[in-house]
Design a binder for this molecule. Structure first.
Ligand code: CA
Length: 232
């Protein structure tokens, strides 16, 4: 079945070129020229992926992203950020985006990222295989690979797609240190350009959700200068 991509971008020329290329790849394309309309369309249509500009009329991309995550939507969100706005990347990830791409972007790279993020999601949401993996538990946190549910002290924890992927990877091999580069490749699903802050931000967000005291984590631990691992 065809996948649907929602483009939220106020520069009509960018919308048109994105739309043309995405449709040529077989995607159904929805478009919104301002943040409010984008948020409404995203909630109504539940697209498979959202390309979200940062600077938008009525409601900026960060707020749209945050509102969607707060409403429980877990679809991949790729932020379109301006190259000179370094802080936008981190801020975007903190607001719940899965990934960002800087403008001006190469269409080939953008299409590859759209595909990677959608593929990742459909793999993860596929029905569990006959030999479903058991529920993983570290202290009072559980991850259920069959249902993608995360709980802490018996209560459901809302996590985004990437946060879930990251947690699952760490929980699968407790005690094993994963480098930031390894996590970027395995969780974000493509060779990145060495921006390991993506991992740091995702870990920080996860800690806020599952640690008793995010400042002194007991579940997701840091191996200084190397990467992250989870407690055994
Ligand atoms: Ca804009």
């Amino acid at each position: 079945m065809g996948k649907t991509v929602l483009i939220v971008e106020d520069e009509k020329a960018i919308v048109e070129i994105l739309k043309f290329n995405l449709q040529r790849e077989g995607y159904t394309v929805l478009e919104a020229l301002d943040g409010e309309t984008g948020l409404g369309l995203a909630k109504d249509q539940d697209p498979d992926l959202i390309l979200l500009d940062v600077m938008l009329p009525k409601m900026n991309g960060f707020d749209v992203c945050r509102a969607l995550r707060e409403a429980g939507f877990a679809m991949p969100i790729l932020m379109l950020t301006a190259r000179e706005e370094e802080n936008d990347k981190v801020f975007g990830l903190e607001s719940g985006a899965d990934d960002y791409i800087t403008k001006p972007f190469s269409m080939r790279e953008l299409l590859a990222r759209v595909k990677a993020n959608i593929r990742r999601r459909s793999l993860d949401t596929a029905p569990p295989a006959a030999s479903a993996s058991p529920v993983l538990r570290i202290q009072d946190v559980t991850v259920d690979p069959a249902t993608m549910a995360v709980t802490k002290a018996g209560k459901a924890v809302d996590v985004t797609q990437k946060e879930y992927d990251l947690l699952l990877r760490l929980f699968t091999e407790p005690g094993k240190v994963c480098t930031r580069e390894e996590l970027l490749e395995k969780v974000w699903n493509y060779a990145y350009f060495g921006d390991t802050r993506t991992v740091d931000v995702a870990v920080r967000r996860l800690r806020e959700k599952i640690e008793d005291d995010p400042g002194t984590p007991k579940i997701i631990l840091t191996r200084r200068g190397v990467g992250y691992y989870c407690a055994e």
